[in-house]
Design a protein around this ligand. Structure first.
Ligand SMILES: NC(=O)c1ccc[n+]([C@@H]2O[C@H](COP(=O)([O-])OP(=O)(O)OC[C@H]3O[C@@H](n4cnc5c(N)ncnc54)[C@H](OP(=O)(O)O)[C@@H]3O)[C@@H](O)[C@H]2O)c1
Length: 347
C-alpha cells in the first residue's frame, strides 16, 4: 500500500475523533485522558490502515475508461492493463487516426481493447455498450467505469460564448452522465465501481474558469447522488479531484488558448469589448498561456488514486492527488470563511 496525503488526513482525523472521545470518557469515568487518547487513536488508525490496504484482484475484472486519446486516460489504460485488468479504452479519435488510439493498439495484449467513444454521442455510447458485451469473455465482469474524458476552457463570463459553456457541459457533465447510465446495468451486476475525475476546481472556484468549473461542480453533485443510490446495489462511487497537472497533459495548450481567444473576441459584443478593453483581454489571455506550462509533471499520484478507487475493498469517496499548495487551498476553501479564501487566493 502506498502512503498518500489522503491517508495522513484520515489518520489525523482518527486522532481528532479519539481526542474528543477520550476527553468525554475521562470526564465521566476517572481514567487517564492521555492513555485513553493514545489507545483509541491506535485502534482507530489501525482499523483504517488495515481496511485501506485490503484490495480486490484484477483477474476476471474489466474496466471501461473514457478519453484515452491522451493525458490521464491514455496513461491509465496502459497502467490498468499492466495490472491485469481487461481494459476497454474509449477514444474520441479511435476511428480517425488518433495518436493515443494508435499507441494503445500497438500494445501486445489480448486484454486491451480500443473503442470509438465520443461521450456526447448517444449512438457511439450504445455501440460501445454492445461491443463491451460482445468482447467480454464469459465469466468476466464489467467491474469499473472510469469517467475521464474532459474538455477545459477559460474566459471571463461576459467573454465566453454560450456555445462554449454548452460544450463544456456536454462533454464534462451530460456526456459523463450518459456514459455512466449506459454502463450501470453491467456495473451493478458486478457490484463494481464508478470512478469519476472532477477536479480540485470542482470544490473551489477561480476567476476566468467558469465554463469548466460549472461543469465540474455539477459532476460532484451527480456523483454524490449516484453514490447514495448505488449503496443499495453494492456499487461504490468515488471522485478523483486532482490539483494542477496541466503541464503533463493536453488539457490546456497554448494553441488551444489562442484559438479560444480569437473565438471569444470575435463573438464579443462591441459594448463588452469597449468596457473591458483589448489590452486587459490580451493580458488575461497571456496569463492563461503562462498557466499552460504550470503544474506537476508526474502523473503517478492521479493514476494511483484512480487505481485505489478501483481496487480498494473500501474505496474513499474522494481522492485528492494534489501538491501541498492545492491541499492547503482546498482546505481553506472548504473549511474556512469565504472571505479568507478570497483574500488569500483571488486577486
Ligand atoms: N490536467 C489537469 O491538471 C487536470 C486537473 C483536474 C482534472 N482534470 C481532468 O482530467 C480529465 C483528463 O484530462 P487530461 O488532463 O488528461 O487532459 P487531456 O489530455 O486533454 O485528456 C482529455 C481527453 O478527453 C478527450 N475528449 C474530449 N472530448 C471528448 C469527447 N466528447 N468524448 C470522448 N473523449 C473526449 C480528449 O480528446 P482530444 O484530445 O482528442 O480532444 C482527451 O484525450 C479531464 O476530465 C480533466 O477535466 C485534469
Amino acid at each position: 500500500m502506498k502512503w498518500t496525503w489522503d491517508k495522513s488526513d484520515a489518520v489525523l482525523m482518527c486522532g481528532m475523533v479519539s481526542a474528543v472521545g477520550a476527553m468525554a470518557v475521562s470526564t465521566l469515568v476517572s481514567c487517564s485522558c492521555w492513555l485513553l487518547f493514545i489507545l483509541l487513536w491506535g485502534v482507530f488508525a489501525g482499523i483504517y490502515i488495515i481496511s485501506a490496504a485490503l484490495e480486490v484482484s484484477p483477474e476476471g475484472r474489466c474496466v471501461l475508461v473514457t478519453g484515452c486519446d491522451s493525458g490521464f486516460g491514455l496513461a491509465l489504460a496502459l497502467h490498468l492493463n499492466n495490472l491485469g485488468f481487461r481494459v476497454f479504452a474509449g477514444c474520441l479519435l479511435a476511428e480517425s487516426g488518433g495518436e493515443g488510439a494508435k499507441q494503445l493498439r500497438q500494445v501486445k495484449s489480448g486484454k486491451l481493447h480500443v473503442l470509438q467513444l465520443d461521450v456526447t454521442s448517444p449512438k457511439q455510447i450504445s455501440a460501445a455498450v454492445e461491443q463491451v458485451k460482445k468482447i467480454m469473455p464469459k465469466g468476466e465482469m464489467l467491474w469499473g467505469v472510469v469517467n475521464n474524458a474532459g474538455y477545459s476552457t477559460y474566459g471571463e463570463v461576459e467573454w465566453v460564448p454560450i456555445d462554449i459553456f454548452n460544450k463544456a457541459l456536454q462533454v464534462n457533465t451530460v456526456g459523463l452522465i450518459a456514459v455512466t447510465k449506459a454502463f450501470l446495468p453491467l456495473v451493478r451486476k458486478a457490484k463494481g465501481r464508478v470512478v469519476t475525475i472532477s477536479s480540485g476546481l470542482a470544490r473551489m472556484a477561480a476567476p476566468m474558469r467558469s465554463p469548466y468549473i460549472v461543469s465540474k461542480y455539477a459532476v460532484e453533485g451527480f456523483c454524490d447522488c449516484l453514490r447514495y443510490e448505488m449503496r443499495a446495489w453494492g456499487v461504490k462511487v468515488s471522485i478523483i479531484e486532482p490539483g494542477n497537472f496541466i503541464a503533463a497533459t493536453n488539457i490546456f495548450t497554448k494553441k488551444g488558448i489562442e484559438d479560444t481567444a480569437e473565438i471569444m473576441w470575435k463573438q464579443m459584443s462591441e459594448e463588452v469589448k469597449k468596457d473591458y478593453g483589448r489590452s486587459h483581454f490580451r493580458a488575461r489571455v497571456d496569463l492563461m498561456k503562462k498557466y499552460a506550462n504550470t503544474g506537476d509533471t508526474d502523473l503517478s499520484p492521479v493514476l494511483h488514486a484512480f487505481t485505489e478507487g478501483l481496487v480498494q475493498r473500501f474505496p474513499q469517496v474522494r481522492y485528492n492527488p494534489m501538491n501541498l499548495y492545492f491541499r492547503a487551498r482546498l482546505f481553506v476553501a472548504t473549511h474556512l470563511p469565504e472571505w479568507v479564501y478570497e483574500r488569500l487566493y483571488i486577486q
